[in-house]
Design a protein around this ligand. Structure first.
Ligand SMILES: Cc1ncc(COP(=O)(O)O)c(C=O)c1O
Length: 520
């Protein structure tokens, strides 16, 4: 009779064998073992990239059958926090849940009164993007104050922040790094510090992207260190997005930089008490912070007197917040841990794929405006670059993408190194076709494409209705011309690591033929 250990080892050996045969289509695009692809077959805009490591981890954790967030989850939280260089990461079951928990954390009565976000307080956010960046603000009774997007970057226009601010009312800024493109963290943080506001970074689309600013400017903001593993150049501070503000969020849904199926995380960047509050909102609103399966972490389970409960009431069932239960499962975390190991290669692949599309479509600048990284003023064609940046297409997985030489930059000293969630372009108003025409054509050719999530969210049925039902739920500052431009003209293609060179070449050829046919 085989022992349980021997049986498990055999199951896992067979699992790896099965996955190696079954999942070749989900390997990285530059992996020689990637399943062959021929024109006419679907090219997803995004998807899971994995191999037998993830499948073995999922099966192994399932055999262990802990199920609820447990040892794998605890390990993943520590590994993610260490990679980013933040105080804590808390796993949740989606990026949307992460935004909900992050925002709820800032409403706790345990914060000093002037920092606590109460119903009616205002939170500045951005008009075009993903809806669940914004919805927690309104769901929890605060007022969402919308400012416009810059269509060139997809991000907010920081110069609009001051006009959105109301002394005594504004408590926070909650915005996303659009499609991975870091927003102007220098300007946004200076604004937040000036008015003592929280900054919630929705980093769901931007894991592994970095932002740099000159050391003196960063020091003035109280930021003195690079993220772990990023060498100092003595001139700039360079940190991952999601590590500059107070609290940030990740999504691990399949199109994102790493996946655990459904999943997400809340990163507590620098103020440790926020972790306890976030955990409470994630875990039913409870006051107790015992991990799953533990009973007396505080050492006085029956020694508390809180609220109007009798002294000694079981701390495990004491609730200090109106909470949720937003935890993922342990087998999901086991998958996430394997993905985390592959993250550096995934990050670089997205940059290379973006560059291949940008160079391949450069001859169509008469009909397309292409997204620029924040602080870049112009994309440089390879012939106009120096050094290694000339032959970016030859970079291997371990080479760092030479982003600085690929663009011209503004004078702020801010730099962004983007691991793109997608390759966004805008069809110029003068073109003889619309972004919908292009999207339809790409669909016919089975090339995955997406619009920029909800476009101008204010034009979505939910906000039109909200304006009728609860007109005080949000406020709009100025005209949302940039958000409308994105809604009317933008489209994005995939950059995910599963794309092969042949797929990218096919996408470029199909778009080229389409544009030429429309030029007549
Ligand atoms: C910017 C942004 N925030 C939040 C989310 C929500 O993440 P999830 O789908 O995991 O709920 C998304 C989803 O893609 C997103 O793009």
């Amino acid at each position: 009779m085989p022992t349980p250990t021997e049986l498990k080892a055999e199951i896992l050996r067979l699992t790896r064998e099965y996955s190696a045969l079954m999942h070749t289509g989900q390997r990285p695009g530059d992996d020689p073992a990637h399943a062959s692809w021929t024109p006419g077959q679907t090219i997803p805009y995004a998807g899971r990239v994995f191999d037998q490591d993830e499948v073995e981890a999922a099966v192994g954790a399932t055999l262990d059958f802990w199920l609820t967030l447990g040892p794998e989850g605890e390990a993943f939280e520590k590994e993610l926090a260490a990679l980013l260089g933040v105080k804590h990461s808390l796993l949740v079951n989606s990026g949307s849940s992460a935004n909900l928990v992050a925002f709820a954390t800032l409403t706790t009565h345990k914060l000093p009164a002037h920092k606590r976000i109460l119903p009616g307080d205002e939170v500045i956010t951005v008009a075009a993007g993903f809806p669940t960046t914004v919805s927690p603000i309104i769901q929890l009774g605060a007022v969402a104050v919308f400012i416009d997007n810059d269509p060139a970057t997809g991000n907010i226009r920081p110069e609009q922040l001051e006009s959105a601010y109301v002394a005594g009312k504004t408590k926070a800024v909650m915005i996303a790094h659009a499609l991975g493109n870091p927003f102007d963290l220098g300007a946004v943080l200076e604004f937040c510090r000036k008015h003592d506001l929280w900054l919630v970074e929705d980093n769901c689309d931007a894991l592994g992207c970095t932002y740099s600013m000159p050391v003196a400017r960063a020091k003035a903001l109280g930021i003195t260190e690079n993220s772990p593993g990023i060498p100092s150049d003595g001139v700039n501070i360079t940190r991952y997005t999601g590590t500059w503000g107070d609290i940030s969020t990740q999504s691990f849904y399949p199109p994102h930089h790493l996946t655990m199926g459904e999943g997400g995380a809340v990163n507590i960047i620098s103020r440790p008490p926020l972790k306890t509050y976030a955990e409470s909102f994630r875990d039913w609103g409870r006051d107790c912070w015992c991990a799953s399966g533990k009973d007396d972490t505080c050492g006085k389970r029956f020694g508390w007197q809180l609220g109007e409960l009798p002294k000694g009431y079981d701390h495990k069932y004491i609730y200090s917040h109106l909470g949720f239960n937003l935890k993922p499962l342990d087998p999901q975390a086991a998958i996430g841990r394997k993905q985390l190991k592959k993250l550096p290669a995934f990050i670089e692949a997205r940059k290379r794929n973006w560059e291949v599309l940008r160079a391949g479509l450069a001859e169509f600048e008469d009909v397309f405006d292409f997204t620029l990284p924040t602080h870049a003023t112009r994309w440089l064609p390879p012939s106009a670059r120096s050094g290694t940046a000339r032959s970016v297409s030859n970079l291997s997985a371990s080479d760092r993408f030479p982003f600085e030489s690929c663009f011209e930059w503004d004078q702020t000293g801010g730099r962004t190194d983007t691991s793109w969630f997608g390759f966004m372009l805008r069809v110029k108003p003068g073109a003889s076709f619309s972004h919908t025409d292009l999207a339809r054509h790409l669909d016919e050719k089975k090339i995955g494409n997406r619009m920029f999530f909800g476009g101008n969210l204010l034009r979505q049925p939910v906000f039109v209705q909200l304006k009728k039902d609860r007109p005080d739920a949000f406020r709009v500052v100025g005209e949302m011309k940039g958000a409308d431009e994105i809604m009317n003209q933008a489209l994005f293609l995939g950059t995910y690591p599963g794309l092969t060179a042949e797929m990218l070449a096919y996408e470029i050829a199909v778009i080229g033929e389409f544009v030429k046919s429309k030029r007549g």
